[in-house]
Design a binder for this molecule. Sequence first.
Ligand code: MOS
Length: 752
Amino acid sequence: MTKIKTVDMAITGRLMGEPLNRVDGRLKVTGKATYSAEYKLPGMVYAVLVGSTIAKGRIKSIDTRAASRAAGVIKVVTHENALKAPGYADNEHPTEPPTGGQPHRVFHDNKVYFNGQPVAMIVADSFERASYAAGLVKLSYEKETHATDFNANIEKAVLPAQAKKNKKSPLNDYDRGTPDAYKTAEVKLEAEYVHPSEMHNPMELQAVIAHWESADRLTLYDKVQGTQPTQNNFAREWKLPVENVKVIATFVGGAFGNGLHNWPHETAAIMAAKMVSRPVKLMLTREQMFTMVGYRPYTWQRIGIGASRDGKLVGISHESVGQTSSYEEFTESTLQQTRMMYAAPNVSTRYRLLPLDVSTPIWMRGPGEATGAFALESAMDELAYQLNIDPLKFRVINHTDRDPERDLPWSTKYLKECYEMGAEAIGWHKRQLQPRMLKDGDWLIGYGMATGTFGAHRRGAKVRAKLFADGSLVLQSAVTDIGPGTATAMVQIAADTIGISPEKITFNLGNSEFPEAGNQGGSSTVASVGSAVVAVCNALKVRIASLLAEKKAEYKGTSPDVLLFSNGTVSLKDGASRLSLSDALKAAQVQDIDIIEEARPGEERQKYSMYSYSVHFAEVHVHAITGQVRVANVVTCADAGTIVNKKTAGNQMIGGVTGGIGMALQEDAVMDHRFGRYVTKDFAEYHVPVHADVPHVKVLFVNKPDTLVDPMGTKGLGEIAIIGVAPAIANAIFNATGKRVRELPITLDKLL
Ligand code: MOS
């Protein structure tokens, strides 16, 4: 039996950074953690979606007779009989008017916008019977010519409507200094980079159970990254008071961004539950995960970059075109890092979108920046070879101590420390300036590195604290945990703030009825919710102090800052009059204390630029005859402020590197454009790294606090774990082979 590792706080004074085991680890490995699809509700029935087989056009006819007669079938739903979601706008085309379009309106009309779009739904008394009947629905279509081929249509790319509408949007064109000044540089490079569509593919399939508790009360057990964003969305869609919608997402089995948006299957389940007056469970198939819940969009980029002979950047021009759907505009910050990463006096960025007859993409693992970093950090490497300068040194030459985009100081930036510690750990001195210099038999050996960055975001959040008579503390927040170990980190932050041992603290999350929290996304949870944990624990101390000052003689006239909270006790600073918190409540004559506190970022965000940084180093071995690539060693270094838990944070870094290996070498959603349909729709065809593909990953943290971001000194970690990994590997492959591959993934055919 593992117990939560106990640290004697009287000795260390701090749990921050300690590698505590996950507080929910045992529930997960023993199967006691309940995920969305695992709830059993009385009278629950099962829904299965039927997807369109064309990419664009109209449904001409639907024959549901055989499906309706099949055993166990309760209802067959199509656009002809669907209950309309009252919040759907009734526009003829979904992009007009609201700028930026809108999510797909399932079963709204007879139009087809993408292949695999839900066109019918079977509700039956079992999943198997619903699945069987789904195969009996017969549809005929009036096809229109579809456009799904990115390269054939790239000329149609446009400035996003969101940018046109809002001139201040960072999606607009950006120029610092002289546009295209790189062309005047002594040494320059122009290159194009291509990133294919990639699918999130978390282990847990997207699933929802919709339960109308009464005519106007809806409960959802839903695999999402935000309970309250989902609550708000469906309250709007079904025109319900927000408090009448409840969303439960206690456990989420990975999400990587596809739970940051609500999708047609969720609406379909809500609709079905209303139509049959029973709770309805709808779980997607793995194949449906490729078309119904977003993906990293196919992206083309062009970089022009130039430097003087001594390695000082003159300018960077970076263009990007990403795909989106015809009905909804999805944008991401592909070009952001190019504006702020290096001390280039002249920088231009151009972001465009290409609407295609495909489903809407969504943020995925280091969204935007991970794609952008492949182009920027590959181009930096290419230019370093042209300059005959070590690529690490080239980056140090162009290091900037001030944000050149906003002309503001950084809150903190320990990027140079990352460069140094990573170079040391990988053995960068072994790397040769010219490619193909290191060999081991038939294997060519190469080293590469790349930088990553992501905004150190923080949002407002609230946390509730209940201190009970036995001295135990329960904290609550609506935030979800998609795997990083949120509850564990929050318990550590609380333990440090109020001096209660972690075994006596419980952190409840994943319920929209808990206090305010946004999505778990954009590497913002610890900074946002952790700050509220600190605030509520401090408020608790103030309350205890004022109660004792009033009710207990020795504490008369004391203020909270002269009290000491440690090891579940409160005392005067010199340790006198020590009381357990349980006795303190008794002395104060209260049963328990229950407080909600809020924490919001302040004006320091206008005075400083806040970013996390990572540097990834890779050693690859490439077989000279077969082109097989083995990632032999990875060192990944992060400047993410204070590290709350070295184990869970280290796990995230390893996860990011694993995703980066997939991005570099394997992941590729291939579409057959004759049908506008993906041909890679399972793990046999769509490859993700397995254990054999991932070497030992050494994780290093600078671990220096940034107290401008939040009181714990943390900066976001999740995204920088992957941003820069793919170019580090691509750069190492060039160092090994002399072959520059600018289109991911780097499969062996591209190396022969
Ligand atoms: Mo992440 S792409 O913010 O889940």
